[in-house]
Design a protein around this ligand. Structure first.
Ligand code: SAM
Length: 277
């Protein structure tokens, strides 16, 4: 199969495997109990002692290539958790957008360590597009606590306590730099989506990749960005199958705006559609 790939496709194939550490067989996963949990409090002194000696707590695990390809596990070191299938989908969408010259920037809302956004920037570089910007939107401190009065579907969600989801801006920038892809075509939008997305300095998008898990994070992105999506552009929803609140936000938004474009599945959780009207 690899013999039939062009050099550009071979680079992108290798990049996807690096960004997911697919085939690099990570043997450990992070061990960090939730913020505010008893376990975390009890283990704090041990953790401090270890840190002073530059040691970390990790848990052994066996690498499962199928899970990694499907983005079902949380990698210790990989720059993205979305797996190979959803990166393949990103490649498909961007190749198509560039071929059809659909105008507009690309954005990912919810980037974690930045891997999927790094892949977007790489594709622009590979195909010589010097006009578009990749917008990298995140709080860079994890998810917001749920606001059940405004968004009942998020009630009880605990993802905001998960320390592994809080990746500082400097670390994400360093990840772009590691792949030689940190430059003026990448712009970082720092803060909660409800504050940053209404004020984004972009008029038009060709690609929206939404990966913020919550109802709030999904609906905020759709409300502020979908009106700027070009006809023929794509919207990708990472958590549609995995998080029922995310799916509810998509369904509410689509019915409010009479959107009937066919939702296509990517894998067990990701979906996408192409805007026709
Ligand atoms: C599941 S991770 C994203 C995974 C990433 N796309 C990848 O390639 O691995 C979710 C991210 O969304 C961010 N996030 C979720 N809701 C947010 C909000 N309302 N405002 C800002 N950031 C948010 C979190 O900080 C976290 O980095």
């Amino acid at each position: 199969m690899s013999n039939s790939l062009s050099l550009e496709e071979l680079y992108l194939d290798l990049l996807k495997k690096c960004l997911t550490r697919y085939g690099f067989s990570e043997r450990y996963e992070e061990y960090e109990p939730r913020r505010g949990s008893l376990k975390r409090a009890l283990e704090a002194p041990v953790r401090l002692l270890l840190r002073l000696r530059r040691l970390e707590l990790v848990r052994a695990k066996s690498f499962n290539p199928h899970e990694r390809a499907e983005g079902r596990d949380w990698p210790l070191e990989a720059e993205t958790m979305i797996g190979l299938r959803r990166l393949d989908n990103l490649q498909f969408c961007i190749t198509d957008l560039l071929q059809r010259k659909v105008p507009g920037d690309f954005i990912e809302t919810g980037v974690w360590r930045g891997g999927a956004s790094i892949f977007m920037r790489a594709m622009l570089r590979v195909y010589g597009d010097t006009t578009r910007t990749v917008w990298v939107a995140d709080s860079f401190q994890g998810l917001p606590p749920p606001d059940p009065d405004r968004y009942p579907a998020d009630k009880g969600d605990r993802l905001w306590t998960v320390v592994q989801l809080a990746i500082p801006l400097e670390e994400v920038k360093a990840n772009f730099a590691k792949y030689n892809l940190l430059d003026g075509q990448v712009r970082f939008l720092v803060g909660w989506f409800r504050d940053t997305l209404p004020r984004i300095a972009a008029d038009r998008f060709a690609l929206l990749r939404l990966d913020g898990d919550l109802y709030e994070s999904t609906i905020d992105a759709l409300r502020h960005l979908y009106p700027k999506l070009s006809i023929g552009g794509y919207v990708i929803i990472d958590d549609y199958g995995a998080v029922s609140a995310c799916k509810a936000a998509v369904e509410d938004f689509r019915s409010e705006h009479n959107i009937t474009d066919k939702i296509e599945p990517i894998d067990w959780t990701g979906v996408f559609w192409q805007r026709s009207l």
